[in-house]
Design a protein around this ligand. Structure first.
Ligand code: PRP
Length: 182
């Protein structure tokens, strides 16, 4: 069995820190949506662990659905071209919607998805992200709720991948550069 931990340069957020970050965000969301109905939309795949932990702490009248988007275009930097590869099935017209992400990076994905969900008639669309990397932003997107603002580190774990690996690490770590430069 390969040991993924050896590929990690440094643990950025351990399990206890992730728990506290999630609790802090949940409290903010609970205060803002008190007494309201909310459609939570998880952006696959990266958000799935954060969302699982967040969702059970939400106290509003919640429904849940999932969406998956992909950037296309040749290069590792985001082209800004986004397409839906798995759509929601729920009717969001006149609903309060909360998009939940693992990371807000260039903003291409959430810029597109916010507009996409708005066009489906949502009453409000807000963004909740576990991690926010504002230094990488190319689209004018801001998180309404963020667990942490981070520098431009290459992070994996707790849902976040490199080449589809490391999502099952229970912490968020900085990947050793030799892993993604080889
Ligand atoms: C990642 C992440 C966000 C997006 C953020 O998804 O989960 O959806 O990139 O980047 P952006 O702000 O530059 O658009 P990815 O395409 O890697 O898919 P995944 O969630 O399946 O890992």
């Amino acid at each position: 069995m390969q040991n993924m931990n050896k590929d990690i340069q440094e643990i950025l957020f351990d399990e206890e820190q992730l728990r506290q970050m999630t609790q802090t965000v949940a409290r903010q969301i609970n205060a803002d949506y008190s007494g309201q109905s909310l459609v939570v939309i998880g952006v696959l795949k990266g958000s799935f662990l954060f969302l699982a932990d967040l969702f059970r702490q939400l106290t509003a009248d919640c429904r849940i659905d999932f969406i998956a988007a992909s950037s296309y275009g040749a290069s590792t930097t985001s082209s800004g071209n986004v397409r839906i590869i798995k759509d929601i099935h729920m009717d969001v017209s006149n609903k309060h919607v909360l998009l939940v992400e693992d990371i807000l990076d260039t903003g291409s994905t959430l810029s597109y998805l916010t507009e996409y969900i708005s066009q489906k008639g949502a009453q409000t669309v807000r963004i909740c992200t576990l991690l926010d990397k504002p230094s990488r932003r190319t689209k004018p997107v801001q998180a309404d709720y963020a667990g942490a603002v981070i520098p431009d580190y290459f992070v994996v774990g707790y849902g976040l991948d490199y080449d589809e690996r490391y999502r099952n690490l229970p912490y968020i770590g900085i990947l050793k550069p030799e892993i993604y430069t080889k």
